[in-house]
Design a protein around this ligand. Structure first.
Ligand SMILES: Cc1ncc(COP(=O)(O)O)c(C=O)c1O
Length: 415
């Protein structure tokens, strides 16, 4: 069930902010945080779950004594609950150290099954994490084709993708949305085209998930990745892999783990506490849901409702920022200026050093980022030198209208 926008309940920002310990910290008081795309604040539930694991169950999980049994149960429930929220099966959720590490492992796993002359598609819109590991396969004889952005808008055109697919195409890696241009790609449509051409889809959802966890089944992604430390959670990479796909690629773990589906792609072994703390992300979604909506037993429905609530709130706050930037002749906005088609990750090319501006914004108690954010290929393709790069302003649902005003005032004085 999907809640349509007019049916959304009023967004209770006070409630939301009580769920984040950062908002109670004297050291952060008065500071407006606009580098969320680099890493968000952690929810109270995440911090509590980490503390619980480290204090109550920091023993070898799954061993036959109570603390170990509880530790194992907490890790298992994190997999189960995340799977429910993302609308995939429990054994399709893989938790590794980071998204970069997860894509690295995937590239090795796929390569073993491919032959010289097989083809893959990458974009120049991606963060390097979902690009470089695939491009490197060229050294082993794989043909790499680039789905390139429009240099003016920074967006990807589906017609160009169709041109790149051949009978030898095995896989296409692309972002749900870029961490620079913020535009949301039509993931379901792209995955449908790839599926029909028998091409595996690998979707980097790192920039999208902080604005609401997706229904991965509805998107049709074979592989969907995001980073929980940008999604109000612990430092952990989340990856869903369609069961049949996971079983068809080479085991990257110890040989004796080959038959254990959630171990095959996690060679390092799991970080027990971080895995258990993923419960905190789902606890948070459930807390937001139960505060705003009538109860619902289906976790994917709860997640979808919260996703819509967050997106509506973010779009309302993004509009005045984009309006302000529209009126400035001294900045170039990368990506669309329509809040409905993008996430609130806003990259600007100012008329002077982005780092100097970020440094000056800090004197107004505004935290912002400068650089290329490992998306140098995209920034260069749009005619902007990747050093010094861009000024990036990114927020999520917990940001307040007052903080947006604080940002706009500070920009007005520093740009
Ligand atoms: C869009 C995007 N993809 C991938 C990554 C890499 O994530 P991780 O730090 O978990 O490796 C980032 C990190 O900034 C990102 O912004």
């Amino acid at each position: 069930m999907t809640v349509s926008a007019p049916d959304l309940p009023p967004f209770d920002l006070d409630f939301i902010r009580t769920q984040f310990p950062a908002f109670d910290q004297p050291t952060l008081d008065g500071w407006a945080f606009f580098e969320n795309a680099g890493g968000s604040y952690a929810s109270r539930q995440t911090v509590d779950r980490l503390t619980q694991f480290y204090t109550e169950t920091k023993v070898q999980p799954y061993a036959p004594y109570p603390a170990a049994i509880l530790g194992g149960q907490l890790m298992d429930s994190a997999h189960e609950r995340l799977a429910g929220a993302l609308n995939v099966a429990t054994d399709e959720v893989h938790l590794g150290p980071s998204t970069s590490q997860n894509t690295y492992v995937l590239a090795h796993a796929f390569r073993e099954g491919w032959s010289e002359g097989d083809e893959i598609i990458v974009t120049n819109q991606d963060h390097e994490a979902n690009s470089g590991v695939w491009r490197r396969l060229v050294d082993g004889g794989i043909t790499v084709r680039q789905w390139a952005v429009d240099p003016i808008t920074g967006t990807l055109d589906l017609a160009d993708l169709d041109e790149l697919i051949s009978e030898r195409t095995k896989l296409a890696a692309f972002p749900h949305c870029s961490n620079v241009v913020g535009h949301e790609n039509p993931v379901a449509e792209i995955c449908k085209r790839l599926f029909e051409a028998d091409v595996i889809s690998v979707v980097d959802g790192v920039s999208a998930a902080p604005h609401g966890l997706p229904d991965v089944s509805a998107l049709g992604a074979d592989i969907y990745l995001f980073s929980a430390y940008k999604t109000w959670g612990p430092h952990q990479g989340v990856m869903t892999v369609r069961r049949a796909v996971c079983q068809s690629i080479a085991n990257q773990s110890h040989w004796f783990n080959d038959g254990e589906i959630t171990k095959r792609l996690i060679p390092a072994g799991p970080d027990h506490a971080q895995v258990a703390a993923m419960n905190g992300v789902v606890d948070y979604i459930d807390a937001v849901h139960d505060h705003h909506f009538d109860p619902h037993s289906n976790p994917a429905v709860r997640c979808d409702r919260v996703h819509q609530l967050f997106r509506a709130q973010e779009q309302e706050l993004l509009a005045p920022l984009l309006d302000f930037l529209d009126q400035r002749v001294d900045v170039r906005l990368l990506g669309p200026n329509d809040p409905a088609t993008r996430v609130p990750t806003v990259a600007l090319v100012p008329s002077r050093s982005p780092l100097d501006i970020a440094t000056e914004l800090a004197t107004h108690k505004v935290m912002a980022g400068a650089g290329n954010f490992y998306a140098g290929r995209l920034i260069e393709a749009m005619g902007v030198p990747s050093a010094p790069g861009v000024l990036r302003l990114s927020f999520v649902h917990y940001t307040s209208k007052e903080e947006i005003d604080q940002l706009i005032n500070a920009l007005d004085q520093t740009l």
